[in-house]
Design a protein around this ligand. Structure first.
Ligand code: ATP
Ligand code: MN
Length: 466
């Protein structure tokens, strides 16, 4: 095919291209014919939010016939001259000299008409929803953030490690697992972890990963600083606006690192990623501010400008107890922070991101480092306004004896985690890491209330379409 210019590049280079010929391709958002014999077509190619206005003179016989077939949703190529636009809302427009139609879209059935559709409806047409302003903007921000995650770690000398998707360790306590099996249902008799699994593909029970942390630890204890970034699976049977069964998580793991430095890196990462959205996704951010969440830009700017708050779990609990809020879950030392507690702390008390540190030992998995008080572990959760938890992390237990004691306490068999124990027998070092959910970060940076809108194909209980 002959080269065409992306519409984003056309706008970027408009001064230089004025008066010159350009070729663009994309999908039609709208077409409107004026009485004066001009057809106005709004064309979008996904390279930016803005449409390019195409002007078609209906007195040109070679174009008139083609234009009659152009409707919302159809795809086409246009050649024409770039002109300054007299209309408001755009600086340039393309005066068509040639139009080639690729595919039509029957107006009687094309689901995306020029009106606002509910997000729920759009999820049912996930094959077409990236052609809407909102989902297109999300896709561009998601792309930029993914790239920025790699840039952040690569700039700091971290190695990208590919941890497995199929695993036999379940990262104890991270969430409900999906079982991976090739057994036919009729051969699935026997207990979960026992007989049936012996005849299964791996000869033992296997699962989709709930976290790459344990394997990332292996590489941190050889390469220093590493990160893994990939899909993660949890059979969360809860229908909330912030949980998916399949989501993407970035998990750095650092050798010779304690909780304080762990927190510093997490803060630097979040601030950098928010900054990238502010500087590199301006047009999409403007859209979210205008149509989704008016306070979004202010919130994001504040995140970049000021350091996060830190509060111990114990102090956080006091703050919750003192509040006049009526929470539906208990606020007693030893009970987990629920979304309502998290949001109260970050939205009402601190009004900014807050790191809650040093959780009760009983609440957290065996691998978190036991503090000197022996009641708490060196864990951290970072909470942000509008969402609650966005990061969960900890310093890991590097002392062999304490790790074994923790395993015993939590009923985790050292035989099942032989290799994990050996990492403490051979050249153990203090180390720490955390997990940041990409979709939660996207909710935070786009203002979209439901996590199902920030991943292309959401998987939730009862939904694995497309
Ligand atoms: P929550 O308490 O919100 O269910 P969690 O404590 O189970 O989260 P972690 O195990 O600490 O989560 O996972 C690290 C990060 O991964 C979380 O801070 C969050 O950003 C993200 N995350 C966890 N579970 C999900 C999920 N089901 N869908 C989307 N993101 C998730
Ligand atoms: Mn957590």
């Amino acid at each position: 095919m002959k080269k065409a210019i992306r519409i984003a590049d056309l706008f970027r280079r408009e001064q230089e291209l004025l008066g010159r010929t350009a070729r663009v391709r994309g999908w039609v958002r709208t077409r409107r014919d004026s009485k004066a014999g001009i057809s106005f077509i709004e064309l979008n190619d996904g390279s930016c939010l803005k449409n390019l206005q195409i002007i078609v003179d209906l007195n040109l016989p070679q174009l008139t016939e083609t234009v009659q077939k152009v409707s919302t949703g159809s795809s086409m190529q246009v050649e024409g001259v770039v002109n300054a636009s007299p209309g408001k809302g755009q600086s340039i427009e393309l005066h068509a000299s040639g139009i080639e139609l690729y595919g039509g879209a029957d107006p009687a059935t094309y689901p995306l008409q020029k009106k606002r559709h509910s997000f729920e409806f759009l999820r049912q047409i996930a094959h077409l929803r990236p052609r809407t302003n909102t989902i297109g903007a999300v896709a561009r921000v998601r792309n930029r953030l993914s790239y920025a995650i790699h840039q952040f770690f690569q700039d700091r000398g971290f190695y990208y490690v590919h941890t497995p998707i199929i695993t036999s360790s379940d990262c104890e306590g991270a969430g409900e697992v999906f079982r991976v099996t090739t057994l036919k249902p009729e051969n699935m008799v026997g207990n979960e972890a026992g007989e049936a699994a012996a005849g299964d593909f791996f000869g033992k029970p296997a699962y989709l990963t709930v976290s790459g942390q344990l394997q990332a630890e292996i590489y941190a204890l050889a390469l220093g600083n590493v990160y893994t970034f990939g899909p993660t699976f949890r059979a969360e049977n809860s229908n909330t606006s912030r949980h998916l069964a399949e989501f993407w998580m970035v998990e750095p793991e650092m050798a010779f690192c304690d909780l304080e430095e762990d927190l510093e890196i997490a803060q630097a990462l979040i601030q950098r990623l928010v900054e990238v959205v502010l500087t590199d996704c301006r047009e999409d951010l403007d859209f979210f501010v205008r149509f989704i969440e008016p306070t979004l830009r202010d919130t994001l700017e504040k995140v970049v400008e000021s350091p996060f708050e830190t509060v111990s779990y114990t102090d956080a609990l006091e703050l919750l107890k003192k509040s006049r809020e009526s929470f539906s879950f208990p606020v007693d030392w030893g009970s987990d922070l629920q979304a309502e507690h998290e949001r109260y702390l970050t939205e009402k008390v601190f009004k900014k991101p807050v790191a809650v540190v040093h959780f009760p030992r009983s609440l957290k998995p065996f691998y978190m480092r036991v503090n000197d008080d022996e009641k708490t572990v060196a864990a951290m959760d970072i909470l942000v306004p509008g969402i609650g938890e966005i990061v969960g992390g900890s310093q890991r237990e590097e002392r062999l004896d304490v790790l074994l004691e923790q395993m015993k306490l939590k009923g985790v068999s050292p035989d099942d985690y032989r290799w994990y124990v050996e990492l403490r027998e051979y050249g153990s070092v203090p180390h720490a890491g955390f997990g940041l959910g990409l979709e939660r970060l996207l909710q935070f940076t786009t203002g979209l209330p439901n996590i199902r809108e920030v991943i292309p194909f959401p998987r939730t209980p009862g939904h694995a379409d497309f």
